[in-house]
Design a protein around this ligand. Structure first.
Ligand code: ADP
Ligand code: MG
Length: 179
């Protein structure tokens, strides 16, 4: 982690976002294990620290205490070299990320994945709608500079492999260019 001049090597921060079920966690863990980037799953972090400020009965999910989540992450994000996994992206400080990926999955694939995760009824429909209306992509485009936001198809295992290769290449190039 140390460069030529003895300073800590600079490494990029990456945000991986998209509707639940698109493949964020699978892809991020693989990237982290291949590159040594630190993986942060924001949902798990919130659960461990009970960083909640309520429960959304309609959407059947806890409501994050966003300020406390940000406080919890700040030191690691400032060091760089973190890959962040979360299904929403509008509350992180814009300056944290060097690049933002929004994974996208066609309905038929997503439906099957969410169903096998046990989602049903309104929760299943809401998540499918979220993907149809490209809610998270628009959230990303309005929260970050458009030039750093990239959509990636995540329908098949071949897509997963291609995304993995491209992101690892991007990380290696960023490290060369910034150290
Ligand atoms: P997320 O973290 O976005 O909710 P996961 O990584 O948990 O998504 O993936 C949900 C399910 O879909 C897992 O069973 C995973 O293996 C599968 N999956 C994810 N991406 C793909 C893909 N590109 N092709 C096929 N299956 C995938
Ligand atoms: Mg996940």
């Amino acid at each position: 982690r140390r460069g030529r001049r003895g300073a800590a090597m600079r490494r990029p921060n990456i945000l991986m976002t998209g509707t639940p079920g698109v493949g964020k966690t699978t892809l991020c863990k693989e990237i982290a294990s291949r590159t040594g980037l630190t993986y942060i799953n924001v949902g798990d972090l919130a659960k461990e620290g009970e960083l909640y400020e309520g429960f959304d009965e309609e959407y059947e999910c806890p409501i994050l205490d966003e300020d406390r989540v940000i406080d919890e992450m700040e030191a690691e994000m400032s060091d760089g070299g973190v890959i962040v996994d979360y299904h929403s992206c509008d509350f992180f400080p814009e300056r944290w990320f060097n690049i933002v990926f929004v994974l996208r999955t066609e309905n038929s694939f997503l439906y099957d994945r969410l169903e096998s995760r046990g989602y049903k009824g309104k929760k299943l429909q809401d998540n499918i709608q979220c993907e149809i209306f490209q809610t998270i992509y628009e959230e990303a485009m309005s929260s970050y500079r458009e030039e750093i936001v990239h959509q990636l198809s995540s329908n098949t295992p071949e897509d997963m492999e291609r995304n993995l290769d491209q992101i690892i290449q991007w990380i290696e190039q960023w490290i060369k260019d910034n150290n």
